[in-house]
Design a protein around this ligand. Structure first.
Ligand SMILES: [Zn+2]
Length: 558
């Protein structure tokens, strides 16, 4: 929508919202002034018409994408690789070892073939640059370097080539080629520089022609018209004689035929106004990188929240995660949740996490429901204590307790299976298990978490600890006490695994009888349901195994 001085862009479905976040990134990168050039109010972003009209938006588009995505672009990697060759070349000149020769040959092979510089997108980059007065015969230059035999001379030629490539305009063109094929075309294609017939045309100019010229025309003369030929924008509803087909957005056509669009209402005539098309074209800037994939958090209560949520993820997790594509999705989700919670923007609704998967070319949606966010929020302290703990569950098979617990939270599965496995394992390996009390506490939170339940679990835990003391005496070493209790604990764990209340009760009753101590009240009064058996049972077992009681010979954690 356009009023006198400002255009107004309102929160909508996720991809449009990514466009809003992207727009904000663009504005910040242009050093636009908040309050003057743009305003943020609740669910809308306002941008000054005058600011948009006087700016070179196509250049701003290119600059913002380079700022955001160049760090892990192929061209950046190539330049770093070339830099790494100086010392290698010198070393080889001194040593002439076979190993160094092999390393150098591999590096040249990577750099000078289509894995590196001799790729089609860079050849078209050179064609584009030629118009601007740069004559770079990239193919011949690569071939020449290949033919030079002496490694020092070879390196001198390579450096000369690099000097040509890092000239500002050349670098920008090469980087932008990387970014449009690695990032932008994950979100949209077939338009501007991503239309195949435009691949050898100036990227600024084709973007200007397809997105900016229609936008500026619309801003200049934006009176909505009312005649039969007018079409309405599916995003903002404005009626216009000329609109833009939405098919440049990946998946839009596809999903229309399958009648389940992730981001718009399956309207058969899907057209948008130039302003909304521009917003969509900015969507890549709203995502954060996750290896080859892109990720966006749609927490759409307000524009501020939308921006800060996604920004929070970027600053904290982007660099850490960028090289770990195998990192478990749950962990990534949690990283984000931690970010969201840390920014204190847990709001009143569900959070939608969207990953654009480069390999499958699909959007993957995960909803973190409000109640799960609340559980995570309440369990931050418990989770924190599990962070560094890994257990070797069978030879060379390690599990991260933290990740497994989170997986259960996200999947809404209980933690009892995990507790059972780790406790049985600890009986064999004599490892410390006191940290598992945090897992029991998290489980209680997951299943409602009343004060009464927490108090009963603590009670069961302390009765377990008392029983350990009664059976083993105060001065017994932890290791000896463990040995004495091993069989009993093992049977209790079996009863819990089988959810066998009677068996559990019998074991507890016999143990207390054998030392002539009455069974504590907590067992008599509260074992009324299966869930109660589980969390009280595990709390009791953890008390029994509370090695910390004999702190002088504490077993180190694995
Ligand atoms: Zn519109």
């Amino acid at each position: 929508m356009v009023d006198e001085d400002f255009v107004k862009i309102e929160i909508n479905a996720f991809l449009f919202n990514a466009g809003i976040v992207g727009f904000h990134y663009l504005l910040e990168n242009m050093v636009a002034i908040k309050g003057q050039d743009y305003k943020i109010e609740e669910n809308a972003l306002f941008i000054s018409k005058e600011f948009l009209e006087k700016s070179d938006l196509a250049q701003a588009y290119i600059d913002a994408h380079i700022q955001k995505f160049s760090e892990d672009a192929t061209f950046t990697r190539i330049c770093k690789e070339i830099e790494s060759m100086e010392s290698l070349t010198e070393k080889y000149a001194a040593e002439e070892s076979k190993e160094l020769k092999k390393i150098l040959d591999d590096k040249y092979k990577y750099l000078l073939n289509n894995t590196g510089l001799a790729r089609n997108s860079y050849f078209s980059a050179c064609t584009i640059l030629e118009e601007q007065g740069y004559k770079i015969d990239l193919s011949a230059l690569c071939k020449n370097i290949k033919e030079v035999k002496d490694y020092q001379e070879k390196y001198i030629h390579l450096c000369k080539l690099k000097e040509v490539l890092i000239e500002e305009k050349v670098k920008e063109t090469f980087l932008m080629k990387d970014i449009i094929y690695a990032r932008i075309n994950s979100i949209w294609s077939n338009r501007a520089f991503l239309n195949t017939s435009n691949s050898k045309k100036n990227m600024h100019d084709v973007y200007e022609k397809d997105f900016i010229a229609p936008l500026k025309g619309y801003l200049k003369d934006c009176k909505p018209i009312k005649n039969k030929k007018a079409k309405s924008c599916i995003e903002c509803g404005v009626l216009l004689p000329k609109t833009i087909d939405i098919s440049f957005l990946n998946d839009s056509v596809d999903d229309m035929s399958r009648k389940k669009s992730p981001f718009w209402d399956c309207k058969p005539d899907a057209y948008i106004c130039p302003l909304c098309a521009f917003v969509y074209s900015l969507a890549p800037l709203g995502f954060q990188t996750l290896g080859r994939n892109l990720i966006f958090v749609n927490s759409n209560t307000s524009v501020e929240v939308l921006i800060s949520t996604n920004k929070g993820i970027e600053s904290k997790y982007k660099i850490k995660n960028s090289n770990k594509e195998n990192e478990k999705y749950q962990l990534i989700l949690n990283n984000m949740v931690q970010g969201i919670i840390a920014e204190k923007i847990v709001e009143q609704s569900n959070i939608q996490v969207i990953v654009r998967d480069k390999a499958t070319e699909r959007y993957k949606f995960t909803v973190i429901a409000k109640d799960i966010l609340e559980v995570l929020n309440r369990c931050q302290k418990n989770l924190e204590k599990l962070k560094e703990i890994s257990i070797e569950i069978s030879p060379k098979v390690w599990i991260s307790v933290y990740q497994e617990v989170l997986k259960n939270v996200f999947d809404r599965s209980n933690q009892y299976g995990l507790l059972n496995i780790i406790l049985k394992n600890s009986l064999k390996e004599n490892t410390l298990t006191i940290y598992l009390k945090n897992v029991v506490d998290i489980q209680i939170e997951m299943s409602g978490g009343t004060k009464m339940e927490k108090a009963n679990a603590d009670n069961a835990f302390y009765r377990g600890r008392d029983l350990r003391r009664l059976i083993c005496g105060e001065k017994t070493k932890a290791q000896d006490a463990d040995n004495k209790l091993r069989g009993f604990v093992y049977q209790l764990l079996n009863a819990l695994q089988g959810n066998d209340r009677e068996q559990f009760w019998n074991l507890v009753f016999r143990m207390y009888s054998s030392i002539s101590v009455p069974v504590p009240k907590v067992f008599l009064e509260t074992f009324s349901s299966e869930d109660e058996l589980q969390y009280l049972g595990y709390a009791f077992v953890l008390g029994l195994k509370n090695e910390k009681y004999n702190s002088e010979d504490k077993v180190e954690e694995a």
